[in-house]
Design a protein around this ligand. Structure first.
Ligand SMILES: [Zn+2]
Length: 140
C-alpha cells in the first residue's frame, strides 16, 4: 500500500482507537506487519491503546497526579483497581497529609500506634472479618 498522508492518519487513528493491527490491515488490504511499520514509523505512543479509550489513561494519570487514591480513580473511570494501578504506577503516590490520626493509612503506612490510629485499624479489621465471616456462611 502506498500510503499518502491521509491514509497514514486514518491508520493511526484506527490503531489509536483500539482496532487491532490485523483489523486495520484487512480494511486497507495490507498485512498487519505493514500496519505495524506505519505505526512505528509515526513515532506515536501506542502503549495505551489497549484501554477502551486512550483518553481514559490520560485522565486517569491526571487524577493520580492530582493526588486521588487508586480506588477513587477506579471508581471514577469504571475500571478495576489493578487497571488504575497499572496505568499510573510510575507516578509516585501522594504523600500522607501531615498530622492526620485516626485513619488506617496512618497506622499502616506511617506506622503510628496512637489510640486513634489503632482504633481505626481495629475497626477496619473488624469490618473485614465480618465480611469474611458472612462470605464463608454464604459459601456453605
Ligand atoms: Zn496516630
Amino acid at each position: 500500500m502506498k500510503t499518502g498522508p491521509d491514509q497514514t492518519e486514518a491508520v493511526l487513528y484506527l490503531v489509536y482507537s483500539g482496532w487491532s493491527l490485523k483489523q486495520v490491515g484487512e480494511l486497507f488490504g495490507v498485512s498487519k506487519q505493514r500496519i505495524g511499520q506505519i505505526t512505528r514509523a509515526s513515532g506515536a505512543d501506542f502503549r495505551w491503546r489497549s484501554l477502551r479509550s486512550p483518553f481514559d489513561a490520560t485522565a486517569m494519570r491526571r487524577d493520580r497526579i492530582a493526588g486521588m487514591t487508586l480506588s477513587a480513580i477506579a471508581q471514577k473511570h469504571h475500571c478495576h483497581f489493578n487497571t488504575a494501578w497499572k496505568w499510573t504506577r510510575d507516578i509516585p503516590r501522594p504523600p500522607l497529609k501531615k498530622n492526620t490520626h485516626g485513619t488506617r493509612p496512618s497506622y499502616i503506612r506511617r506506622g503510628c500506634r496512637c489510640e486513634a490510629c489503632r482504633a481505626a485499624n481495629a475497626a477496619t479489621q473488624r469490618a473485614l472479618q465480618s465480611k469474611r465471616r458472612q462470605h464463608n456462611l454464604e459459601g456453605t
